[in-house]
Write a protein of this length. Structure first.
Length: 260
């Protein structure tokens, strides 16, 4: 698919999904309440769950947590095709896209979570090399000083303005303990292997040894850059901003994060 055609596909798919969400939303809500109970259910995040009935998996997508890599992998396992990242993300079915029969199949729900220190730095390094983000949110130099200014901008109200750096807990359908599987970004490969093995599936040979070709330009190596970009003040600010994530997702707010 050409780059020109991708936006048209995204717009058409988005319009169709809005209609499906309106029509099928009550049925999906009943399903989720029956499966997980109403308490703690974050209905606003239902649109972030990509579902693969043939694989028996439902993946709660969270940006900057290997989201594109996981979608590409699941689409490859589901279709046998390695797709372009934009096509894969648009084509991955959501809960609202499923028929009653598909929704009745056993589904294991899983999520990938990430240390907030690493995730917010990765979002900053990735997105503020993009002129669109600079125009939309302000120009921040991709330097330690620019990152400190970005964190202060988050404190001043920017936190909720984009899902790439918003709280993970706001993007999760369920409380952490209710997922069938929780994968740590810091141990992505073994975590995904365990999720797949539980469904009788396996990684294709060599998969995740490197990034998918269409995902390589997004790599930021944020984990290796933590000490360079954080000082004590910035770390304190991030610890306060993301306190809910540190607590709910089981990460220590100690900086630098413990190894492993």
């Amino acid at each position: 698919m050409t780059d020109v055609a991708k936006p048209a596909l995204a717009v058409a798919t988005g319009a169709l999904r809005l209609l499906r969400a309106a029509v099928h939303g009550p049925r999906v809500l009943r399903y989720l309440r029956a499966r997980f109970g109403a308490e703690g259910l974050n209905w606003s995040a239902a649109r972030r769950v990509a579902v693969f009935p043939r694989l028996g998996l439902a993946y709660n997508r969270i940006k900057k947590n290997a989201n594109t890599t996981v979608v590409l992998l699941l689409r490859e396992l589901d279709t046998g095709v390695i797709e372009d990242r934009d096509v894969a993300k648009v084509q991955a079915p959501l809960l609202f896209d499923l028929s009653r029969e598909e929704l009745s199949r056993p589904l294991a729900f899983f999520v990938v979570v990430r240390n907030p220190y690493s995730r917010v730095l990765s979002a900053f390094l990735n997105k503020f090399g993009n002129p669109v983000y600079a125009r939309r949110h302000g120009a921040f130099a991709r330097t330690p000083e620019g990152f400190a200014a970005f964190v202060r901008w988050l404190e001043a109200g920017g936190l909720r303005r984009d899902a790439h750096w918003n709280l993970q807990t706001r993007l999760m359908l369920l409380p952490l303990a209710r997922y069938d599987h929780v994968v740590r970004f810091e141990a992505l490969r073994p975590g995904l292997e365990a999720v797949l093995a539980a469904r009788g599936l396996a990684l294709p040979p060599g998969r995740l040894d490197t990034l998918y070709p269409s995902d390589r330009d997004k790599e930021t190596k944020a984990d290796a850059k933590l000490r360079a970009f954080y000082d004590a003040d910035t770390a304190d600010r991030v610890a306060r901003l993301y306190a809910a994530d540190f607590a709910a997702l089981g990460y220590s707010a100690e900086f630098p994060p413990p190894a492993g």
